[in-house]
Write a protein that binds this ligand. Structure first.
Ligand code: KIV
Length: 278
């Protein structure tokens, strides 16, 4: 049997990061760092590395669960992974993604599901996709005291309507609409807004127009923060990563090679050694 996980025993040395503190960083010009996390060790490691927001994204569906899109991801999936992240007790803010159909059917359902992610999942905030069409839900969720992160541009839950994962808002009318919708989300109380898959110039314009931080993913350098899917960043995603991804490690190769060496050692009866036996 393995030893229990070697985790830091004491409290995290950073103070807990809150939604209002993230808004304050925009005033100070401090960039916000966000990665996705779906499990205990990733949450612990990212928190220790200084990441400020851990997003339990519905991207868990594509990078962990093997789905072709985020559409099959359920509330139970997000709750399960949010609990694992929360057990790491990170000082980073935990944002749980609201999955497809958990907030679009009615405002009541949206509020109840957001509440479950906080109460049963241990999240500190929730994220949902869309602009004007989700304004009522955002307003009500914020009213009951739950911080909400918005998400505009290439919103993956709309992949069927978009006809694929295509850069959004290339035309002038769509760009004006995106900035208008970002302002609506800000007025409804969002503490930050993810801008995904849009021209860098629009990411910059949106960031200038808003008082809450924009968190870019494929939205250029001028966003107030950046988010990457951790499997993309770590080189663990087995598909072709999008153009905006910068890979900081090649964990797929490292993992495959470790498994190969283990297989070779077992086949050659080199494992376990005497030191590894009782
Ligand atoms: O689910 C997710 O990982 C996301 C990010 C891409 C922003 O929504």
């Amino acid at each position: 049997m393995n030893d229990p996980p070697r985790v830091r025993s004491g409290p995290s040395p950073r103070a807990k990061i809150t939604a209002p503190s993230i808004v304050e960083w925009k005033r100070r010009g401090e960039p916000v760092t966000v990665v996705t996390a779906y499990d205990f060790p990733t949450a612990r490691l990212a928190d220790e590395a200084g990441v400020e927001i851990l997003l339990v994204g519905d991207s868990v569906g594509t990078v962990v669960l093997g789905y072709e899109s985020t559409l099959p991801v359920t509330m139970e999936d997000i709750l399960h992974h949010t609990r694992a992240v929360a057990r790491a007790k990170p000082s980073a803010l935990i944002v749980a993604d609201m999955p497809f159909l958990s907030y679009q059917v009615s405002t009541e359902e949206a509020v109840r599901n957001a509440g479950r992610l906080i109460q049963d999942g241990g999240a500190d905030a929730v994220k949902l996709e869309g602009g004007e069409r989700v304004a009522d839900a955002v307003r009500r969720i914020v009213e009951i005291g739950i911080p909400v992160m918005g998400h505009l541009g290439l919103t993956p839950q709309s992949v069927l309507a978009f006809g694929g994962y295509k850069v959004q808002a290339r035309g002038e009318a769509d760009q004006e609409r995106l900035v208008r919708e970002a302002k609506v989300l800000q007025e409804c109380g969002c503490f930050a807004i993810v801008l995904e898959g849009i021209p860098a110039r629009l990411g910059a314009a949106g960031s200038r127009e808003l008082t809450v931080p924009t968190i870019g993913i494929g939205a250029g350098l001028q966003c107030d923060g950046q988010v990457l899917v951790s499997h993309d960043l770590l080189g663990l995603y087995l598909g072709r990563p999008p153009k905006f991804v910068r890979r900081y490690a090649d964990l797929a190769a490292t993992t495959r090679e470790a498994f190969e060496r283990y297989v070779a050692d077992v086949k050659a009866r080199r494992f376990p050694s005497e030191r590894e036996s009782y």
